[in-house]
Each structure stands twice: as C-alpha cells, then as structure tokens.
Design a protein around this ligand. Structure first.
Ligand SMILES: [Zn+2]
Length: 425
C-alpha cells in the first residue's frame, strides 16, 4: 500500500483516459497491455524510477519484493529494453478481459426457485447478481431474507442476505461477510455467493451445515461497493474505489477500506491524494457506503455481537489477521487467531493444494489505516476480524482477471475452509 509518488504518477495515466472518455459507457481498452511481475530485488524505488516514463497501471500496492504492473502497448518496447527480471501474468490483458466478459445468461430460473449451480461457471452482470440473491432468499423464506445495510453514492442498495437456523431470525451471534469493497476484485462476490448457496441448499440434508447455521446468524453483503463494481463492467475493468466525486478534483473515488472511523487519522497506511488508489477521504467515515456499513455493524454488535467478520478481497492468497495500522500490535486473542488461521489454511489446501499465507495484516502484507478489520476488532469487538485475499497468488498466473474456470475451485476451497472454521471457532 505504500504508494510512492512514482506509482501515484503512473496511476494518472488511466485516470486521465477516463476523464477524456466521451460520454458514459465509453470503455477503457486494455487491448495489447501486457502484465508483468517484476522482481525488485528489494530495490523497488530503483525499479519504479526506471518505469516512470512508461504508460502503465500498477496492480499491487506493496512493491517491496515484486511489482505487478500492466504496460501499455506503446510502452512495451521501452519496457523490454530495460531488461528487468520479470515474468508475464497476462500476455494480453484486453483479450483476457474479453474472455472474462463472456457472462452466462441468468434466465430460465423462475422467481423464488433455487438458482442453478451453472451460476458459478461464469461471471455475471450486476443486475443478475441482484436477481440471484432475490431468488436464493425467495427459495428459502424460512431461513433467509434480503436486507439493506445502506446506500451507495449513486443510490444503489448495499444489500445482503441474512441466513439463520432453528433458533429463529436474529437469535445468534453474527457471522458477517463483506465482498467487493474493491470494485475490480470480482471473484469475491462469487465466493460469498457460493457460501450463501451452500449454507441454504445443504441445511436440510447435511448435519454439519445444519449445525453451523443453527449456531450463527449470517449477514453476507456481496457488494460493499456496488457503484464501483458496475463501473468495472461499463467503463474500466481495473477500477478499485467507490464513485464519489470531491470538489476541486477531477479524480473520482475514495477507498472505502481506508475510510473506516478507526485509526483513520494515522499516516502511512492510506493516501490523502484524491487521485490515489488508496485515497482515504476528507474525514473518517465520510463516504455514504461507509456510513451505512458502520451503522449496520453497530446494529449487529448491539444485537448478539459479532463472532466472525471477513472482508473478502483478491488477490494474493492471504489470510490477514489484525492489525493493519501497526505492524507490532497484536489482538488480545492473537494466539487463538493464529491457531484458527493455521487450521483454515490447511483446510483450504486440502481441496486443490492452494496455499494461503497467514499472519497479522501489517507485518504480512502492508500497513493500512481506516480498514474494516481494525474497526471490527477494536470498535465493534468482533472475536475474529480477518481479510482474505483470494486467488491467484499472481505468480505465473493472472491477477484481478481470474479465469472463469477458477470460480468454482476458488469457491469450493473457501467453502471447505469455512466449514472447518465455523465448526471450530
Ligand atoms: Zn481489495
């Protein structure tokens, strides 16, 4: 996350394109962009300095060991001439985005009928995600309903599905998920959809699933940043922030996951530059999305309390424990959290051999301030509040554009992991 000024400058390239785009719906093309993972050999500043004249979009925010970056076609010759130690993550980012955009149809299912598992074979348009949840909740009215946690900048509902068991609605401690707070991290919505789907469809036939649904109330919000997600489908596949404008700046968007009202004021874990990918806002909690999420979180805390919170992100394959704001701070139950995270990583690996790294957020990945998990831990008193960064690792594979064929395996390995965690915690 330590966005240097050089990376911030690089970010201006696509933003400038966005500003120049005539009319709504003009989509930014990444045709011919190649994405590289560059080994920095622990001299990231030197590598960034070499790249600063290129037209490029950085993928990762922590560049200590490697820098993942999309290089525009007109800059490829100059990039190759640098002869950096790099491997290719996308040969043609635009082609991979087009492949990813072959959405399946979401039709043929009548209202209030259980959606087909073919839902998990492709990505989908935002409106279809909304229908998916309405149908899923409609099919299980005794155990679920749709709720709204607030409203986005552009007026979309921060909807979620509430799932409960034999104790009745709202009778148990909360298991609370957020997906897609970062707009381009598409796999996160699919994974929380799969978990929701399994909790409801297996409840009556699988005793292990029944036991966990009877023990907790689940509140699953697939799109904490719906405007941003829609924008990734209409304008810019690599968009991250929300779509809030700020007076005096042509740059759009605040990072909702740097805007939570806890440790927001600290420096070094977010940006005060409105054009940055990690722009924190003018004041703690000043985005409409965050206001809604904070109020909803408080309502869960005041009701039966929060047992587990997970903020689902991609990519990198990490299970991140508190804290983000300080690399030496540890949660009071840190040893217990580490034991559970170890078990979760082991369980995830059993399905397909996928390895997840775990540890405190700041020391394992990078420093963050105003993050959801720090707020959930210290303010909302969640027993466990983690960030999970889903597939891929980025090494010799893709980045945010995870092939549709990996939706189901990604979902299955997380579901297996969640069944372990929910039964053990
Ligand atoms: Zn993210």
């Amino acid at each position: 996350m330590k966005l240097t000024s050089v990376v911030a400058q690089l970010l201006l390239a696509p933003l400038a394109l966005a500003a120049a785009a005539p009319g709504v719906g003009k989509k930014i093309s990444y045709d011919g962009y190649k994405v590289f993972r560059i080994s920095t050999h622990h001299d990231a500043a030197e590598v960034k300095d070499q790249l600063k004249s290129l037209t490029a979009v950085p993928f990762n925010l922590n560049a200590d060991e490697h820098l993942d970056i999309a290089i525009a076609p007109e800059s490829l010759a100059a990039f190759n001439a640098l002869e950096l130690d790099a491997e290719v993550l996308h040969q043609d980012l635009g082609a991979d985005i087009k492949e990813e955009a072959k959405f399946g149809a979401y039709g043929g299912v009548s209202a209030n009928a259980v959606p087909s598992l073919t839902w998990f074979n492709t990505y989908h348009a935002y409106a279809d995600h909304v229908t998916f949840f309405n149908d899923l909740a409609g099919a299980f009215p005794q155990n679920s309903e749709i709720f709204n946690a607030g409203t986005s900048v552009q007026g979309r509902n921060l909807f979620g599905i509430h799932i409960w068991g034999s104790g009745g609605k709202g009778s148990k401690p909360a298991v609370y998920f957020h997906g897609t707070v970062h707009a381009r991290e598409w796999i996160t919505a699919k994974v929380v959809e799969y978990i929701s789907y399994q909790l409801l469809t297996k409840y009556s036939t699988d005793t292990a699933v029944k036991a966990i649904v009877d023990k907790y109330d689940f509140y699953i919000i697939p799109f904490a940043n719906p405007d941003g997600f829609v924008y990734t489908q209409t304008n810019d596949r690599l968009w991250r922030k929300n779509r809030m404008t700020r007076s005096g700046s042509s740059c759009v968007g605040t990072d909702i996951n740097r805007n939570w009202p806890y440790k927001w004021e600290l420096t070094g874990g977010a940006s005060t530059d409105k054009c940055s990918e990690t722009y924190k806002g003018l004041a703690a909690g000043d985005t409409p999305e965050n206001k809604g999420l904070v109020a909803f979180t408080k309502s869960l805390q005041a009701s039966k309390g929060i047992k587990l919170y997970i903020d689902w992100h991609s990519f990198g394959q990490y299970i991140l424990l508190p804290y983000g704001f300080d690399c030496s701070a540890r949660a009071s139950n840190h040893a217990r959290q580490t034991t559970l995270a170890t078990g979760l990583a082991n369980k995830i690996r059993e399905s397909y051999g996928t390895r997840f790294t775990y540890g405190p957020s700041c020391s394992t990945l990078y420093k963050t301030t105003g993050s959801s998990t720090d707020y959930l831990t210290d303010v909302a008193k969640a027993e466990l509040a983690w960030t999970i960064e889903l597939r891929p690792t980025g090494s010799s594979s893709s980045g945010f554009i995870l092939p549709a064929a990996q939706i189901l395996p990604s979902s299955i390995e997380q579901w297996e992991g969640m069944k372990y965690l929910l039964a053990t915690m």
